[in-house]
Ligand binder design. Structure first.
Ligand SMILES: Cc1ncc(COP(=O)(O)O)c(C=O)c1O
Length: 360
């Protein structure tokens, strides 16, 4: 006999990307930033008063929320700090969606969304993206007709990297009857005048997700935040969040890293320039890749040209200690998602692929 709730028993859980211990492995599988975090992070750690750990941390991460509020031109009341963007996703569901209510998303999308919906015992409603990964014009209408309570929109889209235009995001926010969570985990690498924080704060139904995992090179820290109107942020801060969800060291590090925009921007520019190079070199090798505004590329392996299929290419790269992401899912089986690494890592990937294709 199992004590698990029925829905928990029936679910399989989220499959995280592999995290190998081997330092020689090139990790191009979980969209981490290849460049180091701000040197201010080192300063925080060097000067951290260990004695202060005796006490609980600032309960609502007010110092960090002030830095984030200043950055986005909003008030701290419009910001919630969370343990990675993932905690925000979970909080949005548990705060606003009753078990049994529908959670909407595109297909494909970030594969954690359906898992979180299952935990809350909510059915998912999926709208397929167009062939070119754009969001169909009928998206909001379909969500409304299905009675969706909460819609997830990842922008730039994962796993394609495609950017949804600002005007379309605003139209969606306006048209949806329920809440819109705009997941901007990769927005730092996009060429856009991020207007979403202002959009969210002026709305009554929009929350924007940001994370320090990608743009700020701090995936190991587990720190993210949400931006939205006080009516949506306040119940998550005061009711559904764990009372001390972020530790004292993490809060100080996150504050310092977010405040150092100059350092972060430099890393985004380097990633973007490598993205352009890797994209063009992979296309020369016969891969088909949509324009990406994120720190990864979705490369279709063209079987008709006699090239390896995506899964076997994934395996052969892994044998050479290069990890990329393969999703065994509809529309994804002929594709690999490849994170943009540092130049030498990207060179090793490109050399390995050239070598594999040359020796076919
Ligand atoms: C689309 C998307 N959203 C949110 C996240 C959450 O990231 P984190 O919990 O590390 O902030 C990720 C992480 O990979 C992601 O790919």
């Amino acid at each position: 006999m199992s004590f698990e709730r029925d829905n928990i028993q029936q679910m399989t859980g989220y499959a995280s990307g592999e995290q190998p211990d081997d330092p020689n492995t090139i990790k191009l599988n979980t969209n981490e930033n290849p460049y180091p975090a701000s040197p201010k992070v080192r300063e925080v750690l060097d000067h951290f008063d260990i004695e202060s750990l005796r006490q609980y941390p600032p309960a609502t991460s007010l110092g960090f929320r002030q830095v984030a509020a200043d950055l986005h031109g909003v008030r701290p009341e419009n910001i919630i700090a969370t343990r990675g963007g993932d905690e925000l996703l979970r909080l949005v569901i548990t705060t606003f969606v009753n078990p049994g209510e529908k959670i909407g998303m595109s297909y494909p999308t970030y594969s954690l969304y359906p898992v979180l919906a299952q935990i809350q015992d909510c059915p998912t409603f999926e709208v397929p993206l167009e062939e070119d990964w754009s969001v169909p014009d009928s998206f909001a209408e379909a969500m409304n007709n299905a009675g969706v309570k909460l819609t997830f929109l990842v922008n730039p889209h994962a796993p394609s990297g495609q950017l949804v235009p600002t005007s379309q995001v605003a139209e969606l926010a306006e048209a949806l009857n329920g809440i819109l969570l705009i997941d901007e985990a990769y927005i730092d690498f996009a060429d856009t005048d991020a207007t979403s924080p202002a959009l969210a704060v002026a709305s009554n139904n929009v929350i924007v997700l940001r994370t320090l995992s990608k743009g700020y090179s701090l995936a190991g820290l587990r720190f993210g935040y949400g931006i939205g109107p006080e009516s949506l942020i306040s119940p998550m801060i005061s009711k559904t969040r764990d009372s001390y969800n972020l530790d004292a060291i993490g809060q100080r590090i996150a504050e310092a890293a977010l405040a150092d925009q100059k350092h972060a921007r430099e890393s985004w520019e380097k990633v973007i320039s490598e993205r352009t190079r890797v994209h063009s070199e992979l296309e020369d090798l016969g891969f088909n890749i949509p324009e990406s505004q994120a720190n990864f590329l979705l490369a279709t392996v063209r079987a008709e040209e006699g090239m390896d299929n995506a899964e076997s290419l994934y395996t052969k790269l892994k044998e050479r200690h290069i990890l990329v992401r393969y999703f065994n899912a509809p529309r994804m089986r002929d594709k690999l998602r490849i994170t943009i690494g540092a130049p030498d890592e990207n060179d090793r990937l490109l050399d390995a692929i050239r070598d594999l294709y040359g020796s076919r």
